[in-house]
Design a binder for this molecule. Structure first.
Ligand code: GLU
Ligand code: ZN
Length: 276
């Protein structure tokens, strides 16, 4: 059975790009007579505002979507912890005490998911008094996992190459997991068979595929949809003035009509679908 999900982080209101993403996931499940799940990804440290989750549910309802909600990430911390411990015990993670400023000072290369960590702490003894994140030793992990592939429903078969992101964080200093670890474990636990999300997370999938292999998790299919962009060609974001779904809902706009317009590719003025 096809199982898709929408997995928003409650660190800001949802906007049109989220609506599009939720509709794509919802409709893919409905077309296949499958299940569409909602998962609240609320472990983003102090940026997480749990009260927004209720607004999200109202937004989805307003768009005319129906879903099954699975437990929020904050209720799954022991699972993340156990997986991280497993990887750590196998020598696949190492502690990193670098701050963002430390890393910036080294003028790191930029990957699609942000600065690529230059590996400063790898192989060195870190100060136990300093807060440490745990990073994945990509070279070692890839040597252990061998060649991996994954399949995107739109872009076809991909060779998993997570090296582009460097030694990514698996356990954050301020959270019991990183997005990569939590989302990968949750998609497996929730029985997701078609991971639907924006093309901005395409490169993250290389890392997720590697984590699945290391942790013995099932391998789903992915569907990275194009992103809605504004006049300047940038991804929609509240901070660039794109109105939130909650604003639209409160102003009396018809949510189902908006959802149908998004489905048929009729986007509000200035907004286009960038196919990646
Ligand atoms: N929580 C993530 C976000 O809001 C989505 C992760 C995903 O779909 O894999 O960007
Ligand atoms: Zn470091």
């Amino acid at each position: 059975m096809t199982v898709t999900r929408f997995a928003p982080s409650p660190n800001g209101p949802l906007h049109l790009g989220h609506a599009f993403s939720a509709i794509v996931a919802h409709d893919l499940a409905r077309e296949a007579r499958g299940r569409f799940l909602l998962r609240i990804e609320d472990i983003d440290g102090p940026r997480s505002r749990p009260e927004l989750a209720d607004e999200f549910r109202r937004d989805l309802e307003w768009l005319g979507l129906e879903w099954e909600e699975v437990p929020a990430q904050s209720t799954r911390l022991t699972t993340y912890d156990a997986a991280a411990r497993n990887l750590l015990d196998r020598g696949l993670l190492y502690p990193c005490t670098c701050t963002r400023a430390d890393i910036e000072a080294l003028k790191p290369r930029l990957g699609s998911q942000g600065a690529i960590y230059p590996g400063t702490c790898k192989g060195s003894v870190v100060d136990p008094g300093k807060p440490a994140a745990l990073r994945l030793d990509i070279d070692r992990a890839m040597a252990e996992s061998g060649h991996l592939f994954w399949e995107d429903a739109l872009a076809g078969q991909q060779v998993a190459d997570p090296r582009g992101g460097g030694d990514v964080v698996i356990v954050r200093k301020d959270a019991p997991a990183s997005y990569h670890l939590a989302a990968t474990l949750d998609d497996a636990a929730d029985g997701v068979t078609l991971v639907t999300r924006g093309a901005d997370l395409f490169d993250a999938t290389h890392i997720h595929r590697l984590l699945q292999e290391l942790l013995g998790l099932p391998v789903p299919l992915w569907y990275h949809h194009g992103l809605l962009t504004d006049e300047s060609g940038q991804k929609l974001a509240k901070r660039r003035g794109s109105p939130s779904l909650a604003d639209r809902r409160r102003s009396g706009e018809n949510g189902q009509a908006l959802a149908d317009a998004l489905r048929s590719g009729e986007f509000p003025a200035g907004i286009t679908l960038a196919n990646s």
